[in-house]
Structure formats: structure tokens, C-alpha cells
Design a protein around this ligand. Structure first.
Ligand SMILES: C[S@@+](CC[C@H](N)C(=O)[O-])C[C@H]1O[C@@H](n2cnc3c(N)ncnc32)[C@H](O)[C@@H]1O
Length: 264
């Protein structure tokens, strides 16, 4: 038995003698993109309509250079505010409802198995300590994304939520681009994404934030895993910066729209 490449696909084949003639018979399709230890990764530069937990389980160890994960924050509320005859819904979708600890336990440790270098995890302030305590070997620091045009607070009885923390984890050193000193503050400020042709997701990240993380945490041709892809911000920026990506998102409407914005 041996491995045969056809185009960019790899097959396990054997030679079989049929009527005195030796013919090659395919035993198994192996995949594309072989890793150093003889395992296979799915096709790159695709946003897969697929649940994160199950898809992660199929990826080989130490195969991904950088992960950007933007999971649900479980902050949806069953409340609709009406302002200037416009309804403002605080319920983002049923994907944002559930038990946080149970949800994260289902996939985050697998991230560290498949990861080679850097993981950036968008989360909420209340969960920072939980993650830092759970993965102390890999946790490095917390970055802050400040949105200059956050959703307003109508009741005016507490602070406006204008910041999102991004946790930085590193499995091993060897890929970390220290940019200019001004770029290396643990803080970034942008408005929320406003460009109509790519804006369609309620919790969409601004491309500049993702660009900043990818420039620091990956190089040209690195393989990026875009977990909870949503509108495909990470995949779109990865493509622009000439990285390879694998996107995972389980809402088909978002998958279709995201693919369109990337030209897939
Ligand atoms: C916070 S949003 C991501 C937004 C994205 N970063 C962007 O810039 O557009 C989380 C996304 O995760 C998706 N999602 C929720 N649970 C999932 C799961 N188990 N597997 C894959 N995607 C999931 C939701 O449909 C939602 O689009």
C-alpha cells in the first residue's frame, strides 16, 4: 500500500494483479494538505458549515498556527427596547443562549491540542479569570478592544458596554511578531463595523481588530482557524493578508453570506 497524489488530493492505494495485469486500486481517500506527521487537514480557504466541537475533534495535533475564536458570550436578553420608533433587540439568536462553562469545556481544550502557536479568544470580562485559571500554562495576557460607537444605554442606570476583552494564549513561542511600539499596546480602538456591503451579523468584529491580531500572531502562508466565523471577518482578513484559513460556522445563512463577501 502506498500514498498517491492526484491533483491536490491524496489517496491510499494498492497494486492489484487483475487478469495478469497490475492495476492500482484506491483503498481510501486521505484528504488534502498533509501534515508533517502524515495526517491530513481539510481543504484550506473554505468556510465550512460545521459545528466547532465536532470539527475540531477531526483536526490533527499541532496543525494550526493561529486560532481566532469568537464564541457566543451568552449575553442575549429577552428584551426589546423601542427608541425613536425603532426596535432594538437584545436577543442576538438562539446560538447565544446556554450554559457557558459546559459549552466552553466542549471545545476549548481541543483548541490547545490542534494549536501550534497563538490563540486569541474574544470573551466577556466576567469570564477572564475562569479561562486564565483553567489554562494557566498557556494564558499570556488580556487585550482590550474599545468600540467608539457602542450601543446606547437607554435606562442610563449603569455604564455603557463599550469594551470587549480578547485573551491571548500561547502554546509555544516561535511565532510572535512584535510590531512598532505603538502597535503593541494591549489596547485597540475602532468603531464597530459600519460598511454596509459586509455588515450583516449582530456581533461582527471590525476588520482592523482582526488584522492587528493576525499580523502579530501569524505570518504569510500561516494556517488560521476561524472559529465561530459569523460574517467571516477573520477568514476575509486572513485571505487579504495572504494567510490560509479554515472557517467554522454552523448557521448556514451566515456561511453563505460570509463566503460571498470573500468571493468563495
Ligand atoms: C460572536 S459570533 C461571531 C462573529 C464573527 N467573529 C464576526 O466577526 O462576524 C458567534 C457565531 O458563532 C456561531 N455559533 C454558535 N455556536 C456554534 C457552534 N457550536 N459551532 C459553530 N458556530 C457556532 C453563531 O452562529 C455566530 O455566528
Amino acid at each position: 500500500m502506498f500514498v498517491r497524489k492526484k491533483g491536490n488530493r491524496f489517496y491510499l492505494v494498492e497494486n492489484k494483479r487483475i487478469n495478469g495485469k497490475v492495476e492500482q486500486r484506491v483503498i481510501k481517500y486521505l484528504g488534502v494538505n498533509p501534515t508533517d506527521n502524515g495526517e491530513y487537514l481539510p481543504k484550506f480557504n473554505v468556510i465550512y458549515h460545521s459545528p466547532v466541537r465536532e470539527s475540531l475533534q477531526k483536526l490533527p495535533d499541532n496543525s494550526i498556527d493561529c486560532i481566532i475564536a469568537d464564541p457566543p458570550f451568552f449575553i442575549s436578553r429577552n428584551r426589546v427596547f423601542t427608541r425613536k420608533e425603532k426596535d432594538i433587540n437584545r436577543h442576538f439568536g438562539k446560538w447565544d443562549v446556554g450554559d457557558a462553562a459546559e459549552f466552553f469545556d466542549g471545545w476549548l481544550s481541543d483548541c490547545f491540542r490542534v494549536l501550534k502557536y497563538n490563540l486569541f479568544l474574544f470573551t466577556k470580562f466576567e469570564l477572564i479569570q475562569y479561562f486564565a485559571d483553567k489554562y494557566p500554562k498557556h494564558y499570556k495576557c488580556t487585550l482590550t478592544w474599545h468600540k467608539t460607537n457602542p450601543a446606547p444605554h437607554f435606562q442610563k442606570n449603569t455604564f455603557i458596554s463599550s469594551c470587549e476583552p480578547v485573551l491571548f494564549f500561547q502554546k509555544r513561542s516561535g511565532l510572535f511578531n512584535f510590531l512598532s511600539v505603538n502597535d503593541m499596546h494591549n489596547f485597540i480602538e475602532t468603531p464597530s463595523e459600519q460598511r454596509k456591503h459586509i455588515r450583516f451579523h449582530p456581533t461582527q468584529k471590525h476588520e482592523r481588530v482582526i488584522e492587528w491580531l493576525l499580523k502579530i500572531g501569524s505570518n504569510k502562508n500561516s494556517l488560521i482557524l476561524d472559529l465561530f466565523s459569523g460574517s467571516g471577518t477573520t477568514s476575509r482578513v486572513a485571505r487579504r493578508l495572504e494567510r490560509n484559513f479554515i472557517g467554522l460556522e454552523d448557521d448556514i445563512t451566515y456561511v453563505r453570506k460570509a463566503r460571498k463577501t470573500i468571493g468563495l
